[in-house]
Ligand binder design. Sequence first.
Ligand code: IPD
Ligand code: CA
Ligand code: CA
Length: 259
Amino acid sequence: MDLDTLSDYALEIALEAGQLLKKGYGTLFTISSKEGKHNLVTEYDFLSEKLIIKKILEKYPDHFILSEEKGKTGEEHSIKWIVDPLDGTVNFAHNIPMFAVSIGVMKDNEIIFGVVYNPMTEELFTARKNQGAFFNKKRINVSDTNLLDNAFLATGFPYNIKDDPLYCIGRFAKILHLGIPIRRMGVASLDLCYVAAGRFDGFWEVGLEPWDSAAGKIIIEEANGKITNWEMGEYDILKKMPILASNKHIHRQIYEALS
Ligand code: IPD
Ligand code: CA
Ligand code: CA
């Protein structure tokens, strides 16, 4: 398996799917709800996913794909593609140009390549295992902020926020009380990339799915950041779990503030 070819191809697919979303942005498209009325899905989530799966299978017919709307495609394989065809659906549905295509590629259960692309702003984040992380082809690194009091953080809320899973509302309030600036962009994959690029110093959310975080995880790690669960333990990309991402220096401080 030639990993250069595979990574280049994943990048090409993300760019193509991004252009499809850009074409659809602001047009009349169908919008419906999934589980829970606020969890939206548009025609373009499906169109983008269809394009991505088709392209992957054209070149790699036996690879395994996990994608948000369709679920599993293919049999167990050492290469797994983990795909969010449209991250930030609620933004897309409301004509807010903040969304992305996110593709992570795993080999033997380790992410080896990630790409997150916002076609509206032409922001492209990529990372290859042990080869660094890049924003529009320029190397990126996390910030060096080492005091939570000086930090700029981001978070996200799950679609079942009214159930207050893991007391996430109270934890959010605790961080709000610190008085530091916080953003909620509505695009987890980009939140993670913004940490990687040093724009945010940290990010947390109570329950991300594999497709939200697969690409972002390698992009943060290759930018010298850190990702764990909320207990400072391993963040398992294949399970839905709470995530804490940071520039490393303030990781423990965010953990303590959240606890
Ligand atoms: C959502 C976004 C959002 C995050 C949610 C995700 P979707 O993904 O990434 O920022 O807070 O947890 O589900 O539904 O737009 O693909
Ligand atoms: Ca998502
Ligand atoms: Ca999605």
